[in-house]
Design a protein. Sequence first.
Lengths: 451, 422
Amino acid sequence: MSDVSFVRTEMLPEKAPPASEVGVLGWIRHNLFSSWLNAILTIISLFFIYYVLSNILAWTFESVWNANSLSECREIMMATWGDTHGHACWGVIKDRWLQLLYGFYPPYPAHPDATWSNPPETGAWPAYFRPNLTFILLLVAIAPVLFTNVPRKLLFVTAAYPFLLPWLMWGGSIWGPLMVAAGFAIGYFAYKVVLPMAGNLTALILAIALPILWWLFASGSVADAINSVIPIGIAPVESRDFGGFMLAILLGVVAIGVSLPIGIVLALGRQSDLMIVKYLCVGFIEFIRGVPLITLLFVASLLLNLFLPPGTNFDIILRVMIMMTLFSAAYMAEVIRGGLAALPRGQYEGADSLGLNYWQAQRLIIMPQALKISIPGIVSTFIGIFKDTTLVSIIGLFDVIGLTNGIRADTAWNGVYWELFAFIGVLFFVVCFSMSRYSMYLERKLQTGHR
Amino acid sequence: MTTLTDPPKEHFRLSMLLYDTRYRSATIQVIALIGFMLLAAWIISNTIQNLETLGRTVGFGFFSEPSSYDINQRLLEYDSRDTHLRAAFIGLLNTLVVAVLGCITATIIGVMVGVLRLSNNWLIARIMTVYVEMFRNVPVLLWIVFAMAILIESLPAPRAFRGENPEATMDLFGTVAVTNRGVYIPEFLFSRGLGDIHLFGTSSLRFDVSLDLIAFLIVLGGSIFAMRKVSAWASATQEKTGDRPTIWYIQLGLLFVPSAILLGALGFHLGYPELKGFNFTGGTHLRNSLIALWLALSLYTAAFIAEIVRAGILAISKGQTEAASALGLRPGRTMRLVILPQALRVIIPPMISNYLNLTKNSSLAIAVGYMDITGTLGGITMNQTGRELECVLLLMLVYLTISLSISAVMNWYNNRVKLVER
């Protein structure tokens, strides 16, 4: 026996992993062909994707843009590909895209005879200047709310926007919206002036009562009076000319913007200890959530005028806005209630122990956290409301889906479906998808280590 | 040394209603209640005044007048001489039909898609993501009219089925005809049937219940009861001896043999659709409007359900799966016994609201002309009689009742699942 042992003194050089485990090949093996079942599924999916894409891409790109009617489209298709199937006729979009986007909104409201193809000679704003400006201002107004790295000064635009939007869209005298805004100023000053003299409560009551009295009895006649002296205004546009995708955005923005504060109040009411307030809120929320939006739109179009004092005649867009706002407020309230319920009890108790009163606690401690928790829900409610604006086509407004029927009623485009649906679908998809991505971004950003 | 004394008893002053927190809540509530009642009174008095000006009265007498319109897709017999109430009843059943069908298919598709989105096959997961995003971000109304357009425009007309060399043939061994006028499926017929029970006589809510169906359901229920007994017996034997007797063939026999005997006794056969003249006769005719609505609603809702299912599964911590594997459970059993029961707790509440949404969205039937309750009561009946107030309020009441019943049933189920789990 000899004392010989074989012990390796130096390590073997590291070997590269097998080619089938790393790189593209490894990825394919792990993600697409990890088992027999997966391999079969992958192959089926590949066929499926090939089938769908080859049809859709051919339809989208082997298409006719320059045609003024469906029959002309078909002639061109027959001449080019010898077949009318599987080719899109984008001519309809080229012909009608303005209508699909803006409805019957006049391109030059100040010049009623001018059209898109026949613009007025001089001195006019660009076509569709007012809806476009409204939309751009919307982006400016919501930017400081959405992103923190935008200058805070822009919040003034946000504050002015609720008055700018109706003026720009409907036109008319500027004094109307200004006088409505003046109501808020009156309330603010009433509070400031009365507070040192008569105490908090009186000031608050006056700050609420005075503007309401102003709006109900004075603002209209004052606006008319000033307007007769200094007429500043732009050409008015009738509500029935509103339509297209613009209408969806308008309804969506108003419903979403107004419903958020109402929703917060309803949610607080539902969580409140005051029994009557609570049951009123519960009743409202459950009633609205229990009926389809279409019945509320029926109320807007048929019944709302019955419910209001004789002689009031709101226009239909305003009535639809009211009902859509109530509708989204109920859903918003439920989402925010979820956020409130998700807050740990300790947060309420902490606020109490600091000696904050109810509103201070809500404003400084509860709401910031509750709203943060409910952001995904709020955004998905936004998306839902925005999609639901298409329902107004059922009560006869010319929103983008309602317009497709009108376009099809034209003999030139009788029988065109897919191009219109694809166009509308893409419009909605872009807006809704970006909203949902924004909500994901916000969730990541506000994630302050709660889990 | 200090002594504690009660604060001096204050006499009630009017200002305490505002400044004393003990009374302030009562004040606020009373003001809220008065405000609400004033609002309600204001609306009602406006309505009465407006109705007087228009010279109209409120009443439901129109319900007993003949409706004089037809409903093509219906479950019960109905013709245009029937009353408006009957039309609304048929419409209500149509709403329920599409809601129930939609909920079932949406759940099946949604659960499949939700699980497949978590598949470790990259391609499948991506396809499912595209499906979900595509359907969630486009309005359901667009999907409904799109589905309707597909059915009308791209399916063969009944005459394409005619002739020696037809352009189109019937599917599923010649039993189902898919045409642009709707889908014709075989119907169930009984040559020695037991007949029907006529409920509610000749009133507007009359309702025929097939005795054959009842007999079949009773036998099926009996079979299932027997199967559970056998299964319990097998479990008891396993507890006692450690061996589980093989019972699957007994179970299968129990399930199928009694029903088959009953169906044979009743002379069960299928009535196939046949091309006669310009159209198909026989079989059950599912109109395009129903199919389009059903298809669009289920695909749309399925996208939401898929997200819920996925979130529910992801909400279960990985430790649960690992613990189950450590116990030696196979993946299938891990899913069935460990993951799903826990995920169900997360899944069910949002699922309820999706079922509710589907039911409410079924009111969009009016866009494709499916005669649901919105199309009958809120559509033609309202236009013919001019009774907007009554019709719309009643329509809301009907939907409210449906919604509240669905959430009651689902909440009951939710509570049951919760109890089982803990």
